[in-house]
Design a protein around this ligand. Structure first.
Ligand code: PLP
Length: 393
């Protein structure tokens, strides 16, 4: 008989990818859909990185790579950690993977035993909870709201800790809220964690450069945290290299070794050409990608202004990443154009069908009051999309 494993049946399909598929379907029916559902920069990869990839092909980088990544790339990653984050990692603490998504999966596989709990400040990135469940861990959501800028307080962290807590996972800048934890906020969390030395922290810093307040802070650099933090990063967002699939970690050596062991049986090393090009990307000064950050900053301001003019949208001021996460709960229970909107999923679907704009329900991120709007789109598209949304509500 044909049946999928319980493991796969119990897994949810990525909501962001599902929304993108639905938008594609409507487009195929001839509808003019503006897609603001994907977390993907709309820029081309900078030319100097493309050149490095072409050179790598000509130089015959075609064999299997070391499972944990080329030595030269791992050294470039260590230098990047020092330069951007003031973190001292050695190459033996670094593992290169097929996207930060694989890095995260590796870490969960390597650290969690069945039934161990992972604290996820909500809203969190969609895949965290499913990765944790797939690896037989138990996600423990800590709800935050727009009133605390979607950040978890030390008191909330303390209250969520049980004898089974094994890890805390969070992203800053955050997907989906755009919130950035300041140094003093991270100090506050670290103060709680120092009392619980068995809890490990996954710090997902993939949006570090897309930060409009400056001063990205890595929790691994805070007193007592280095030996228990896995710093996750990658090139998808900062260098617009989503399809090239390179992510990496800096971590205690025993964790890095575990990830390499796992990867050695599952995927082997990440793509050779992509790895070679990332050496070049990471050696380049951040100023080379500043134009993208500036552009995102301008779009954020535009989107905040336009959404702010729509009655019923409550928006925080995201300090990083390229998303806004408006609270739309004031629409719940209302009938719009004959459609009853009871929750964020209804609302996102309503916008897709009546405004031809694809967003993502906050439910997928652990917050049922909000929707996520990606502003990785041109200014014209953003203006058009938001004016359609305004008309539809
Ligand atoms: N972490 C966060 C917070 C993300 O938003 C994403 C991509 O959307 C990833 C990790 C995965 O990135 P990658 O493309 O490197 O797998």
């Amino acid at each position: 008989s044909t049946h999928l494993s319980d493991r796969i049946q119990n897994m949810s399909t990525s909501a962001t990818l599902a929304m993108a598929a639905k938008a594609r379907e409507l487009r195929n029916q001839g509808k003019d859909i503006i897609g603001l559902s994907l977390g993907e920069p709309d820029f081309n990869i900078p030319d100097f990185i493309k050149e490095a990839a072409k050179q790598a092909i000509d130089d015959n980088y075609s064999s299997y790579t070391p499972v944990d990544g080329y030595a030269e790339l791992k050294t470039a990653i260590c230098n990047k950690f020092k330069r951007d984050n003031n973190l001292d990692y050695t190459p033996s603490q670094v593992v290169v993977s097929t996207g930060a998504k694989q890095s995260l999966f590796n870490v969960a596989m390597v650290i969690l035993n069945p039934g161990e709990e992972v604290i996820l400040p909500a809203p969190y990135w969609v895949s965290y909870s499913d990765i944790v469940k797939l690896t037989e861990g138990v996600p423990v959501e800590v709800k935050t709201s727009i009133d605390t800028d979607f950040k978890m307080t030390p008191e909330q962290l303390e209250a969520a800790i049980t004898p089974k807590t094994r890890m805390l996972w969070f992203s800053s800048p955050c997907n989906p809220s755009g919130s950035v934890y300041s140094k003093s906020e991270l100090e506050g969390l670290a103060q709680v964690l120092r009392k619980h030395p068995d809890i490990y922290v996954v710090s997902d810093e993939i949006y570090e450069h897309i930060n409009f307040v400056g001063g990205h802070v890595s929790i691994a650099g805070i007193d007592g945290m280095y030996d228990r933090t896995i710093t996750v990063n990658g090139v998808s967002k900062a260098f617009a290299m989503t399809g090239w699939r390179i992510g990496y970690i800096g971590a205690p050596e025993w964790i890095a070794k575990g990830c390499t062991k796992l990867q050695g049986q599952v995927t082997s090393g990440a793509n050779a050409i992509a790895q070679r090009s990332v050496i070049t990307a990471l050696k380049a000064p951040v100023s080379k990608i500043q134009f993208m950050i500036d552009e995102f900053h301008q779009r954020r301001d535009l989107v905040l202004k336009l959404l702010g003019e729509i009655e019923g949208f409550k928006v925080n001021v995201p300090e990083g990443a390229f998303y806004v996460f408006p609270d739309v709960s004031s629409f719940f229970g209302k009938t719009l154009n004959g459609t009853v909107v009871n929750n964020a999923s209804d609302f996102a679907l309503y916008l897709l069908e009546h405004a031809n704009v694809a967003t993502v329900t906050g439910e997928a991120f652990g917050n049922p009051n909000c929707i996520r709007i990606s502003y990785a789109a041109s200014e014209n598209e953003l203006r058009e999309a938001i004016s359609r949304i305004a008309a539809a509500v």
